[in-house]
Design a protein around this ligand. Sequence first.
Ligand code: NAP
Ligand code: ZN
Length: 345
Amino acid sequence: MQVTAFAAPAEGEALVRTQIQRREVGPNDVLIEITYAGICHSDIHTVRGDWGPQSYPLAPGHEIVGTVTEVGSAVTRHSVGDTVGVGCMVNSCGQCVHCKAGDEQYCVEGMVGTYGAEDRDGTVTQGGYSTHVVVDADYVLSVPAGLDPAAAAPLLCAGITTYSPLKHWQAGPGKRVAVVGLGGLGHMAVKIAHAMGAEVTVLSQSLKKQEDGIRLGADHYFATSDPDTFESLASSFDLIINTVSAKIDVSAYLGLLDVNGSLVNVGAPAEPLSLNVFSLLTNRRSYSGSMIGGIAETQEMLDFCAEHGFGAEIELIEADQINEAYERVLASDVRYRFVIDAKTF
Ligand code: NAP
Ligand code: ZN
């Protein structure tokens, strides 16, 4: 099936409207008519070659919400008319210890990414900047009725990528959580950590978004451009979630952790990060990472957000504005996620 998509023709080039191929609906597949697609900074890293060479043309997009329009003969999980979501992963082996534990993102054979990955049939997957997508039903989430579908789209990546480490490192009452970077992931980390009951601090480059940060649920807000911030907050957090898309001074942020505290990197900059090990030895600190979340956990996160009555803060755009939106994301000028209206593809 030929469908319309927005794709980068080559590394670093602007995205253009084009036609891509979707597979026929197999027995365990669902066909989704896409209604909204979020723009994640990972889309930009990928099409600019930050993470290495890709196959082109490449249509990004792994924050997908849409309506089921056809289901394969073996599908029981979703029905025609359902509002559903697809995140960063469209397949995994399903058999290994991690898949069985619900951590399909850490599949021993490697998860199949929603775009730019080799699919089981040898073709390269294409993402959600498109009118339709065909996905294995086991990797399709149900979007709860209480969520606005446009504001739900960013939950499929920004939501789960922050929910999973916040849960794993037990953010909750009595935990002091700092979020570095108030962008797409960062603003979800603030909302979710606040809803989990943690004391939340935003560490942003400036105080420009302070009012927003407090409205989103932060208790405190500091500018990292002010050197006093690192002195006054020394050893004062249990958990820091770093969502920054660029290189930061890891040792300086580690210095903000109390005894047994953890700094979790979810940001994925092109350049390697380095640190001074003494910043780890002091206070028995940990430095770790986390990648999206499993399918069951993603459903749990969607239900959690619906229960707490929030989606993402979005700016709805048309497909022709994608390239301009990319520039604004790169300039940290996003409040707080661009979502593309799929009617305009
Ligand atoms: P985003 O919306 O651009 O947010 C990143 C934020 O980082 C910016 O808003 C800005 O916040 C801060 N920042 C940017 N450049 C900076 C710099 N040079 N120094 C200090 N702070 C800076 O991006 P996103 O979509 O949230 O994604 C963030 C990162 O996470 C990307 O690298 C993305 O690829 C990665 N990611 C990882 C996963 C995973 O599974 N681990 C999943 C999705 C995305 P302030 O203006 O508040 O300073
Ligand atoms: Zn993403």
